[in-house]
Design a protein around this ligand. Sequence first.
Ligand code: GLC
Length: 747
Amino acid sequence: MVICLSNHLNQSKMIRTLVVLILFFKAGLLLQAQNAVPVYLDPSKPLEQRVENALSLMTMEEKVALCHAQSKFSSKGVPRLGIPEVWMSDGPHGVREEISWDSWGAAKFTNDSCTAFPALTCLAATFNPEMSLIYGKAIGEEARYRNKEVLLGPGVNIYRSPLNGRNFEYMGEDPYLSSKMVVPYVHGVQQSGVAACVKHFALNNQERWRDHIDVELSDRALYEIYLPAFKAAITEGNAWAIMGSYNQLRGEHCCHNDLLLNKILKTDWKFDGTVITDWGGAHNDKQAALNGLDLEMGTGTDGLTTSSQSSYDYYHLANPFLKALKAGEVSTDVLNDKARRVLRLIFRTSMSPNRPWGSFGSPEHSKAANQVAREGIVLLKNDQQILPVDIKLYKKILVVGDNATRRMTLGGGSSELKTKYEVSPLQGIKNAFGAQAEIKYAMGYAAGSPAYGRELPSKYNLDTLRNEAVRMAKGVDLVIYVGGLNKNYLQDCEGGDRTQYNLPFGQDKLLAELLKVNKKVVVVLISGNAIAMPWVSQVPAVLQAWYLGSESGNAIASVLSGETNPSGKLPFSFGMKLTDYGAHSFDKLCFPGDSVKEVYKEDILVGYRWFDTKNIVPRFSFGYGLSYTSFHYGKASVDKPKYTKNDVVKLSFTLTNSGKRKGAEVVQLYVQEKTPSVIRPSKELKGFSKIRLEAGESKVVNLELPVSQWAFYDEAGKQWKINPGQYVINLGASSRDIKQQIPVTVE
Ligand code: GLC
């Protein structure tokens, strides 16, 4: 009994212990469950797992809400799950001031004055991908500090016509240069956990009728000229977002274009990020749902240009999309793919575990802006070495031109900036030379003030201004003319194209009059486009200075004074006249189109491809830029006489700085197929490198050229193709200054 009793007691103790253990275990589980972070919130979990987990917890309405705007520059997150909203900001050259929730007006913040970086034409003109990384990193830090998840830039549309109002925002006429310069910019931006949103995909090569013009072009022109920079930004830059353009391609708006978005971008290029419309770029419920668009932003879609009762619910990817999903007209797979891509964007940015904190308006960012600006300025002419300015020779200097004092960060459209500061060219020149010489200023011409979609005339009389400038020019030793274009409507500005190739506001006449009274006129052009230069033979020096941002005056003065030896090269050709350009060599249908359709009749022959193939001499060629020193190219050799298409050509030669000051040279390689089976340009840029050399220094330059990049797009076979045969590698200092031609055979 006793044994049995004791056994019984033991058993009940065991059961009691067991029950207690189970209770503890369950409590532990419960506790663990309560404290357990769901996968989507667990930063240690892989991103894709977090995306899938969040998706599995969301309702259909919540997923649809991810796919369209909630305000001018934001889209919904998932408030119930603590998934943040997506905030976006322009633009490619700096973080735009805060815009109102529901209007294009400024929100009038007082903490959003940014660093203004140079325009991307200047970045391209550096021909230095290291500058792109510095630039992207700095602007990404500013966007991060301003708590933006998406920076709406860079823009890489190809420079087809010198009249395009937005060329200043892009990287020029050559797909290879744009491809090489855009990738490090994207890497730099995304280092701060901010998505770069490469734009405008694709064929947004003018502003006239931009919201609907239907572009027609060959597959070769599409693949060889207009897509490469976007492809590089996506496949090499790994951009997390891309913006559809306003125009149409072959009858479908690019913001929901099956060929561009579903086939090329998401299938061929394997893009896993988010396709965002340009603002108001979606026009069709069904196409918006099925043709690859993920996030619809905008001003109004169904004619609602005000935002009464949150017009955002009327967006194509809002109620109409939800309705179609509920009716089973659109598969929920389509919805899940969009929501997945937007969630991926959020987990890569605001919900990324190791996201840096950014910085804003810092000295480092000013330094970056200054460096890019100085490296991008292009010296186009320098007779009798009048530059750099030897200030001992000049006691009185007259600065002439509206552009010497005009703030160029204002205007221009969505890339406009509210900057912490902007050093004007006049101020920069005063800082550099004011101690040794008397610096006077005459406006010379006036240009009105920037306003979107209209031109505000200036209150000045042009004759009076010109006569005053000419009078003052008589009595000085040197005139520094600062002119060019500006950010007014119908100049270098979004929403319109230039209406003339010559300088506006009577500048050609002003220059002619100034030259009558003073031969020493150094011309500094501030612009983002080529112009006619009827006066160029009479002026001793011309600098192409881009829109340089906050550090404008410092960079221009640094080059004028010789503190910086210019090393920029033109990212687009300067034709003698407008009709020298391919786009302007046909008819209205070719440019700007007939208001409905536009046909790119120059096809693949864009920029120098046109000039060199048609033997049209440009005023200044693509890749051209002088230095205050000189360079000597030694004899180049390649490692083999014959290559297969999978080989990489190794080319080397000795470059010598044969001048008296240190400098940098951009050596360029253009490839030509001798007997092509299709029309091919007489040369195409396939390699470049910026080499820095001390005075007298020599360096062996080694360049690699993958033969596979010499292919053309075979329209019949719908694939890239390289023919066996004879090719020539043109080694040069510009597209027309060819030092040597090295023949090679491709087997
Ligand atoms: C504009 C521009 C685009 C900009 C967007 C938001 O229309 O085309 O570049 O990012 O709208 O401002």
